[in-house]
Ligand binder design. Sequence first.
Ligand SMILES: NC(=O)C1=CN([C@@H]2O[C@H](COP(=O)(O)OP(=O)(O)OC[C@H]3O[C@@H](n4cnc5c(N)ncnc54)[C@H](O)[C@@H]3O)[C@@H](O)[C@H]2O)C=CC1
Ligand SMILES: O=C(O)CCC(=O)C(=O)O
Length: 317
Amino acid sequence: MRAKVLITPRSFLKVKEQAQNLLKRYDLDLIYNDTGKTLTEEQMLKMCEDVDGLIVGIDPVTEKVLKNARKLKAISKYGAGLDNIDLKTARELGIKVASAAGTNATSVAELAIGMFFALARNLAKHVFLVKNGGWDRIQGVELTGKTAGIIGLGNIGKEVARLANGIGMRIIAYDPYFEDSEFLKKYDVKMASLESVFKEADFVTLHVPLTEATAKIVNENTLKLMKKTAYIVNTSRGGLIDEDALYEALKNDKIAGAASDVFSKEPPGFHKLLTLDNFLLTPHIGAYTAEAVEKMAIKSIENLVVLLFDEEMKSQA
Ligand SMILES: NC(=O)C1=CN([C@@H]2O[C@H](COP(=O)(O)OP(=O)(O)OC[C@H]3O[C@@H](n4cnc5c(N)ncnc54)[C@H](O)[C@@H]3O)[C@@H](O)[C@H]2O)C=CC1
Ligand SMILES: O=C(O)CCC(=O)C(=O)O
């Protein structure tokens, strides 16, 4: 019987033809999420019920969804973060999981550095000001010579380090699992404690996965360590920040500003952070570039084939 695969990411539709072409040698029925939105748990419950494989974006793959998906053998993440997948239940049920980490690293790193520039030169405020008839200038700061504090030196964190080094920033990083001393030498990165990163950095940037250990890594206590002139950038996951504590720090000018691509609830709806003009935001666009969309799609297809058929993808030549 043909295996059935559900493909949920909205942006996957942009490379649908290419994906179908890559998979044509395999006996698969491909079902797409055509709602134009991230699926809810209810929708996932229904749509995963009789599938053998799943290529998933940030839609919830909860215990309930997994237990109801009796035929499911493989989950291939279209992207890096696996926090939307209940990995413990997947393991217990013998469902294999793979990530496409690395495929979107350049795109996310470029957004993070873009946010450094936007914060340093008050870009959003200036656009708003001039469009509303003003011509005032808010003094900015240079990035050159400032300290970038990278939390999580994986695929994305390393790209941020490479770019920050090119700008002439001093770089410190916290990642207890990082071991590549050659990389540190090449991009002049100094490993530091988490506390030192918060204390010394002018731009703290988050690139860790959301896990029990990293949830609310930015909180009242760590925000208190930061300089009044420092900024925080989050292109990783909303759950890494205690959003109430960030609101208080920004509102009371305890730090200079923050930018976030991600929220604990997406879309955030009305959130008090959105009322602050020292808070910039984007709607989870980190990996939404032509290049990353294509790379994520190809890698997630290749991973699915390995997981489902236990083989490297056959050459398409
Ligand atoms: N905004 C967006 O569209 C995107 C967001 N992301 C987020 O970025 C995260 C990072 O992605 P990648 O760099 O590709 O992942 P990665 O797995 O390559 O790197 C994660 C790094 O975090 C480190 N780490 C893990 N636990 C840690 C801890 N407790 N303290 C300090 N370091 C720790 C690991 O050692 C690793 O070096 C993803 O998990 C995802 O949540 C990823 C892609 C797109
Ligand atoms: O753009 C997407 O579909 C989500 C990317 C993402 O958040 C990830 O790779 O973890």
